[in-house]
Design a protein around this ligand. Sequence first.
Ligand code: HEC
Ligand code: HEC
Length: 333
Amino acid sequence: MDIRPLWLASLFLVATVAGDGASAQTHNIPSLPIWSVPEVGALPDDEHGRLVRRGRDLVTATYAHIGPVVADPAKRYAGNNLACSNCHLNAGTKKFGIPLWGLKDQFPNYSWEAGHEITIEDRLNSCMTRSMNGKPLPNDSAEMKAFVAYINFLSTGVQPGEKLSGLGEGKMPYLKRAADPVRGKAIYARSCASCHTPSGLGLRRSPADPSLGYMVPPLWGPDSFNDGAGMATLTTAANFIHFNMPNGTSYTQPRLTQADAWDVAAYVISQPRPQRAGLDKDYPDLLHKSADTPYGPYADGFSQRQHKYGPFGPIEAAIKRLKAQKAAPADKR
Ligand code: HEC
Ligand code: HEC
């Protein structure tokens, strides 16, 4: 059989679907095999359009609107001068750059870290208090409404229950050994210091005015994310770095080897940063605490160092055994 016509037909289909993305989204045509990020600029200049644009501004220039040195003290919610988009790359639209798309239907969901069900506002405030080292935004604040409007807009055309690919920061296999911060230090000097500076404190747009944010964000130090942030765990940092750094890297063409990404991430998380009080209250059910959580308490007998740098395989196996032990007597009842 000559398969060429089929092949041509499928090419044509892809092109059509991609080209029709915008109108399909606005007219709510069901289930398409290709979803593309909706365009903020195409929104009308009405109340909703302005709210979504405001949300995008808050994501890309957080420091300018709710940073720790903004003019109005009542708006100083963030504790550092980062932007959400320093981690949620391209305003939350980059595949495996921790995108903010397709989240509308993923919340509310149960969080083992919190020990209860959380809403999208709760999840966002987890980044406010950890990644941004600040205070939670009230749910009814203008800023929270704008953030949520933008995040929901990024779900335009996503079908209920549909989970888009590219969420999170990618997933490399674990290293069999512990990640090595000493080896990571040399990788940092070679591959990161040229942008993030040798001190790791980043490069401000203006040394005199922190409210202008960073050209290159800090990776540690007083103006960085705190020790309770997702980026302070080895697995998240290593995957994010592998699939996105040096900045501009695409997940299709990583530039660091996997081992180099694990080790340089170990170096980054070994450096000093703000400390969050009450982290021992995270994961009230310790059997559901991720093996790579760098702070205790723990239900397994492994050291804090192994929880921070790995290897995680033996920890996960031990947790699995503990869960099975706990389940066994309950089953007999
Ligand atoms: C230092 C990096 C960093 C910064 C800055 C940051 N975040 Fe996050 N954010 C993360 C990480 C890491 C995750 C967890 C990703 C995962 O679960 O794989 C996350 C998750 C989220 C999620 C849930 C995404 C999902 O896939 O479930 C939302 C919503 C979010 N962040 C919003 C924000 C907002 C809004 C800001 C700014 C106010 C912000 N974040 C700042 C690192 C950051
Ligand atoms: C070409 C310059 C450049 C290089 C090289 C580079 N980065 Fe980045 N990095 C950036 C920029 C710029 C951002 C913020 C991206 C944005 O805001 O769009 C960033 C963001 C980050 C973040 C998340 C934000 C934060 O404050 O934590 C981490 C983590 C990170 N880089 C780690 C690294 C590591 C580790 C290396 C070396 C392997 C590296 N980067 C190499 C420019 C660079």
